[in-house]
Design a protein around this ligand. Sequence first.
Ligand SMILES: [Zn+2]
Length: 236
Amino acid sequence: MCTSTLEHPHAHAPTTTDGAPLSYADPAQQPRELERTIEAGDHFIGLVRAGQHLRITDLHGNQAADTLFFSADDTAERYSAMDTVREQGKVYLTTGTVLYSTRGRALLTITGDTCGRHDTLGGACSSESNTVRYDLEKRHMHSCRDNWMLAIARYPKYDLTKRDIGHNINFFMNVPVTADGGLSFEDGLSAPGKYVEMVAERDVYVLLSNCPQLNNPCNGYDPTPVAIRISDSPLS
Ligand SMILES: [Zn+2]
């Protein structure tokens, strides 16, 4: 039995430098206008109300933001990579892409994109995939799946469980499909200040892991912060 009184540094939900919560424990308490910087390896969960604009900015370039969306009315309805790819007839996400749910309804539409390519085929990193792709000794390394698991444990009012973790979007990540149908993880196309902006078609929860991956070139082997902005007015 552990009798130590030492507190783990991440035992409490992270805050911004001025003491505001990085994510709000109760989505109903979240201000309509919100801007946050999410450090590499950290997570964000929040509410984007219908008609609001969500911008994610790759502050230093070559980062990957592993993101899930859920209908706030019923979190059993979530982002569906399959429905999104089928409906638009192509595999990359960019301006004009409608992000569909598992019930075939629009969750958000991408309205602005200075990066030009976002992936929804490559999936998220996990301790299991780290061991398969890289090495058994990589198992303990931080991963996006662990980030999401920590977020849903830390913020129970969003009513999410590990069963709700499914296909995701990798904003700013470059996973080209080869001529013979293969997938490859390539150096990112993104650069400092590149952003993607979308409008919410209904109330949605966004759950974002700012990828801590150190073993592939998707973030240049050097994870860096991203910024998130939720607003009633578009920037693009
Ligand atoms: Zn990751």
